[in-house]
Design a protein around this ligand. Structure first.
Ligand code: SAM
Length: 385
């Protein structure tokens, strides 16, 4: 098994207060598909070693969610779990303090912690935009060339899948998710299916050229098992990639005091992940790198991307990323915390609101040059498997 190769962490964006505007951008683009010679499929490519340069068990339900009484229960069989069957329970969203949550296969089968309502879906779309800005519109780090069949696991509002389908019009892109929150007007080579990726996958062996995960922390009890399903469904030579974040809000220049509300924010996610048995520490300590190797992937590489919060960076690109990040977090922070803080950790709703208000104020503090941490890891299914 090849050792993972960690590329240098992204250079922290420069603070406007301490460095002149227009300083060199802290990141360069990852290896692009266009730079790799054309060939029939990614799975037929040798393990490319293109340089990547980026600076830069039991489900815990202490409190039942309120049922949504308005839904029609005559839609079908509640027990079927496959890509071919949409059970009525999927459409019976659960409600918690005015927000809606998925209800895939019944509340005791799968636990996803963020709302699936318009407010949170807007947050996903803004996040997609700011990641595109941060990564110079590169949708992947793996050395792909002409992939023909691609899977996006936990596709959310499907923005990544749609962009990928646009970039590779000859590739069939499938996005799967627990919630039917994807648009209907999509490129002809893009489709969405409802599926629970924590169950054994219904896709055949050796099927995809590339399988992509993004922003899936806290979603699975057994990441190595999920990666093993991806391994099985990838063609020999195919690539897996996982881009995700930590719950950290950090600073590199000492502007962030050690005892801010962000320390408690991180602790909340750690404790909730432990209680749910679904860790939020995926990128932390390169955990995902270890799990990818455990699942059999080779040539595993990873990198870190720091997304500033607010308009403090001098560099215009990172300033824009920071502005979108702050806007996204300001609107999305309640949705990120509501379920895990009240339903998993058992805080009172009012306590949660006070805490969220403090986090929101911290995110707006102009004196703190803070950033969020994202990481990407990618690896290849060997040809000789
Ligand atoms: C934070 S969102 C990220 C969405 C998208 N990947 C993105 O980057 O914008 C996580 C998504 O994973 C989906 N999800 C969570 N658990 C899942 C599971 N077991 N199977 C399929 N999708 C799941 C959720 O419904 C949600 O849409």
């Amino acid at each position: 098994m090849a050792e993972s190769e960690s590329t240098p962490a992204a250079t922290a964006p420069q603070a406007s207060a301490s460095s002149p505007a227009g300083s060199p951008p802290p990141t360069t683009a990852p290896a692009a598909a266009a730079s790799t010679p054309a060939s029939p499929s990614a799975a037929e490519q040798p393990a490319a070693d293109a340089p990547i340069a980026v600076d830069s068990n039991p489900i815990y339900h202490p409190q039942p969610l309120e049922d949504d009484d308005d839904n029609d229960s005559s839609l079908g069989d509640e027990n079927a779990l496959s890509t071919a069957s949409i059970s009525s329970s999927i459409l019976q969203y659960r409600k918690l303090h005015g927000r809606t949550y998925h209800n895939f296969g019944g509340a005791d089968k799968v636990e996803y912690w963020a709302p699936n309502d318009d407010a949170q879906n807007d947050q996903l779309d803004i996040n997609h935009h700011l990641l595109n800005l941060a990564l110079d519109n590169k949708l992947f780090f793996a050395p792909l060339s002409k992939p023909t069949r691609v899977l996006d696991v936990g596709t959310g509002t499907g923005m990544w899948a749609i962009d990928f389908a646009d970039e590779f019009p000859d590739c069939e892109v499938t996005g799967i998710d627990l919630s039917p929150i994807q648009p209907t007007w999509v490129p002809p080579n893009c489709k969405f299916e409802l599926d629970d990726a924590s169950q054994p996958w219904t896709f055949p062996d050796n099927h995809f050229d590339y399988i992509h995960f993004r922003y899936m922390i806290g979603c699975f009890k057994d990441w190595p098992a999920v990666y093993r399903e991806a391994y099985r469904c990838l063609k020999p030579g195919g690539w897996i990639e996982h881009l995700d974040c930590t719950a950290d809000v950090l600073s590199d220049d000492g502007s962030l005091p050690k005892d801010t509300v962000f320390v408690e924010w991180k602790k909340v996610f750690k404790e909730a992940g432990e209680k749910m048995g679904q860790t939020f520490e995926v990128v932390d300590n390169d955990n995902y790198v270890g799990w990818l190797k455990e699942a059999g992937f080779k040539d595993v590489k990873n990198t870190i991307i720091k997304t500033p919060v607010g308009s403090w960076p001098a560099d215009p690109k990172w300033k824009e990323v920071g502005q979108f990040n702050q806007y996204m977090l300001d609107g999305g922070i309640e949705g990120l915390g509501l379920y895990i803080i009240t339903n998993v950790l058992g805080w009172k709703y009012e306590e949660m609101q006070v805490f969220i208000a403090k986090v929101r104020a911290g995110l707006k503090n102009k004196n703190w040059h803070s950033y969020c941490v994202w990481g990407a890891a990618w690896g290849q299914k060997p040809y000789d498997e």
